[in-house]
Design a protein around this ligand. Structure first.
Ligand code: NDP
Length: 246
C-alpha cells in the first residue's frame, strides 16, 4: 500500500500547471487533497473533479498565499474539513523575466510577495498547524544554478526560498517534520511558455541532457516520492529536477 494513503496534503497553486499535476499524482497514491488557488476557481474545481472521477478525495480552497490572513484561513478551513494537514507543497509562484534595469518596483514587489512572502506565510502556519512527522516541499527553480540574463529578480526570490528551506528544516526537526525544496528546470506550463518563441523554447531545451522541456508529470513524480514515508531521511535539501541541466 502507498505510504501516501490517507495523508492530507495541501498543494498551493494547484489550479493548473505543475501544481495541478502534483495534486492529481498525490491523489492517485491515496492522499486527500486540498487544491488551493488564487483566482482560477473554475480550473481548481476542474482539478478536484478529475481527482474525484479517478476515485480520489479533494476540495478546492481559495487563498492568495501572499496574504497572511488568507493563508491562516486556508489552514483552518483545511483542518476543519479533513481534521489535519500532513504534507504542505508550496508550489504557488509567479515569474517575470526582464533585465534587472527594466524591472519596475511593482514587478519586484509582486514576485517577492507571492514567491517569498507566500512561502513564508505558509511555513509560519505550518510551524504550529502541520501534523507531527509531516512533510514540507517548497518550490525553487533550477534557474538559481544558472546565470541567465533576465532572471535576476525571479532567482532572488527562489534563492530566498532555498535559504528558508535549509533553516526551517533545522527548526522543524524536533517535530519530525522534513523540509526540502525542489528545483525544476523548464517545464511545459503557462509560466514558462508564455511570451517565448518556439526557437527560444528549443534553445532552452537544449541546455539539458535530453533535449526536451520537462512535463508537469516529471516534477509530480518526484514530489510524490518526497511526500512519502520512504523520503523521511531527506531534509534541508535542494533537489534539482532538470534532466542534468544544472
Ligand atoms: P503556472 O503559472 O502554470 O501556475 C501557477 C499556479 O500558482 C496557479 O495555480 C496559480 O493559481 C497559482 N498562484 C499564483 N499566484 C498565487 C497566489 N498569490 N496565491 C495562490 N496561488 C497562486 O506555474 P507553474 O506550474 O509553471 O509553476 C509552479 C511552480 O514551479 C512555481 O513556483 C514556479 O516558480 C516553479 N517553477 C516552474 C518552472 C517552469 O518552467 N514552469 C521551472 C522552475 C520552477 P491561479 O491560477 O488561481 O492564480
Amino acid at each position: 500500500m502507498s505510504t501516501l494513503n490517507n495523508k492530507v496534503i495541501l498543494v498551493t497553486g494547484a489550479s493548473r500547471g505543475i501544481g495541478a499535476s502534483v495534486a492529481k499524482e498525490l491523489a492517485k497514491g491515496g492522499a486527500k487533497l486540498i487544491v488551493n488557488y488564487a483566482g482560477g476557481k473554475a480550473e481548481a474545481e476542474k482539478t478536484v473533479e478529475e481527482i474525484k472521477a479517478a476515485g480520489g478525495d479533494a476540495i478546492a480552497l481559495q487563498a492568495d498565499v501572499s496574504k497572511s490572513a488568507d493563508v491562516s484561513r486556508l489552514f483552518d478551513e483545511a483542518i476543519a474539513h479533513y481534521g489535519r494537514i500532513d504534507v504542505l507543497v508550496n508550489n504557488a509562484g509567479i515569474m517575470i523575466t526582464k533585465l534587472l534595469k527594466d524591472t519596475t518596483d511593482e514587478e519586484f514587489t509582486q514576485q517577492f510577495d507571492v514567491n517569498v512572502r507566500g512561502t513564508f506565510n505558509t511555513l509560519r502556519e505550518a510551524a504550529t498547524k502541520l501534523a507531527d512527522k509531516g512533510t514540507i516541499i517548497n518550490f525553487s527553480s533550477s534557474t538559481t544554478r544558472l546565470m541567465l540574463p533576465g532572471y535576476g529578480t525571479y532567482v532572488a526570490t527562489k534563492g530566498a526560498v532555498e535559504q528558508m528551506t535549509r533553516v526551517f528544516a533545522k527548526e522543524m526537526g524536533a517535530r519530525g517534520i522534513t523540509v526540502n525544496a525542489v528545483l525544476p528546470g523548464p517545464v511545459n506550463t503557462e509560466l514558462f511558455t508564455q511570451g517565448k518563441s518556439a526557437e527560444l523554447i528549443s534553445r532552452l531545451a537544449s541546455l539539458n541532457a535530453f533535449n526536451r522541456i520537462g512535463e508537469p508529470d516529471d516534477i509530480a513524480k518526484v514530489v510524490v516520492f518526497l511526500a512519502g514515508d520512504e523520503a523521511k531521511w531527506i531534509s534541508g535539501q535542494t533537489i534539482g529536477i532538470n534532466g542534468a541541466m544544472a
